[in-house]
Write a protein that binds this ligand. Structure first.
Ligand code: FAD
Length: 327
């Protein structure tokens, strides 16, 4: 059975581990069989998040608190992830599907001579091989890929691929991992990170996403979507037409050239449902579409459709949810 290393992605200032990372502990446990599940945490103040990782099922948490790693930098994080994989002997390294891991896991896989798969939505062990599923051809088809058994595998999984853990007492160990970083590892440093999202909930980790398209017309109208998202504890997304049109920041773009999301609930407001948009949200649990055009392609993937004007439907839905949730 493979020992599993979970990359517990953490950003400067965060005091909690994201839900998609905690779900990976559940997935890691299932894939490890009887093997060990270790989490790697790079954080200046690791104690809080490390405790959470142990409570949610990690056997061990390796921490790296080097202040030079406070902000993500590709080469240094690659060195740390590769060192952790070697130190643990893990043959399976898993992480959440995010902008950071899209960059990091490919590079670390090359460094380790490992196989890599990104944005997977299912996994199983078959004949000793890890078999993963991920969308291909703009999510028009699913590929089932058996990864090589003779080398480590690095895999990222989409939000909600695995169940949420039930926190327990957590009897595992927290151990610092010493990694020698060279000048070359630290050649590229991020000096500043500017947060451009509207909400407090990270888009790729959100349980609910309310997205808007070109039909929102101007950025001020996204406040209406933010209000609905806030009532549901979710995040706001956007189509590329909306981000290219300056109505929403590019960090909120969902789709082929944007972010991949798989929340439990996705509400598409005035989005036509172009294949490039669907590529980023088709795996969502329940899809609700609000569109004035009854023939809009988004209705083909929607579980619930409202043919109507979003400027009437969204405020009415927000008001109804507010009154229901306040009772
Ligand atoms: C290489 C490439 C990559 C791309 N990557 C992405 C990507 O990552 N993400 C992405 O989203 N797109 C992407 N696109 C663009 C994509 O093809 C579409 O152009 C885009 O998704 C359309 O955005 P939209 O649905 O907001 O706009 P439109 O297609 O213009 O649709 C607007 C919809 O709003 C409806 N509507 C109008 N008024 C109202 C109203 N008052 N109430 C309710 N409904 C209303 C209309 O009926 C229509 O269905 C990409 C394209 C290319 C070529």
């Amino acid at each position: 059975m493979p020992d599993v290393l979970v990359f517990a992605e953490h950003r400067e200032g965060e005091t909690e581990v994201s839900r998609p990372v905690l779900q990976l502990l559940v997935g890691g446990r299932a894939l490890a069989g009887g093997g060990k599940v270790t989490a790697l945490l790079i954080a200046a103040e690791p104690s809080g998040p490390a405790g959470q990782l142990l409570a949610c099922g990690a056997d061990r948490v390796l921490t790296v608190s080097d202040p030079r790693l406070a902000k993500y930098c590709t080469l240094a994080y690659t060195a740390v992830l590769a060192a952790a994989a070697r130190a643990t002997g893990a043959t399976l390294v898993i992480g959440p599907t995010t902008t950071m891991t899209r960059d990091l896991f490919s590079r670390a896989a090359a460094r380790l001579g490992a196989a890599a798969a990104h944005g997977c939505s299912a996994a199983k062990i078959e004949n000793g091989c890890l078999v993963v599923e991920h969308p291909v051809y703009t999510a028009k088809a699913m590929a089932e890929v058996a990864l090589a058994a003779d080398r480590p595998n690095l895999v990222t999984f989409r939000n909600n691929t695995f169940a949420n853990p039930t926190p327990g007492a957590g009897g595992g160990m927290v151990e610092p991992l010493a990694v020698e970083l060279t000048d070359a590892d630290l050649a590229g440093q991020v000096s500043e990170v500017t947060m451009t999202g509207h909400g407090e909930v990270e888009l790729t980790a959100a349980d609910v996403v309310v997205s808007g398209g070109r039909s929102l017309k101007e950025s001020a109208n996204f406040a209406m979507l933010a209000e609905l998202a806030a009532v549901l504890g979710g995040a706001v997304g956007a189509s590329r037409a909306a981000t290219d049109g300056g109505m929403a920041p590019h960090s909120q773009q969902v789709g082929l050239t944007g972010k991949t999301v798989s929340p439990r609930l996705y509400i598409a407001c005035g989005i036509s449902g172009a294949v490039q948009h669907l590529a980023g949200m088709k795996d969502s649990g329940t899809i609700v579409a609000i569109n004035t055009d009854k023939d809009a392609p988004i209705f083909e993937v929607a579980d619930y459709g409202v043919v109507g004007d979003l400027f009437q439907v969204v405020p009415a839905l927000t008001a109804a949810l507010k009154s229901k949730l306040q009772k």
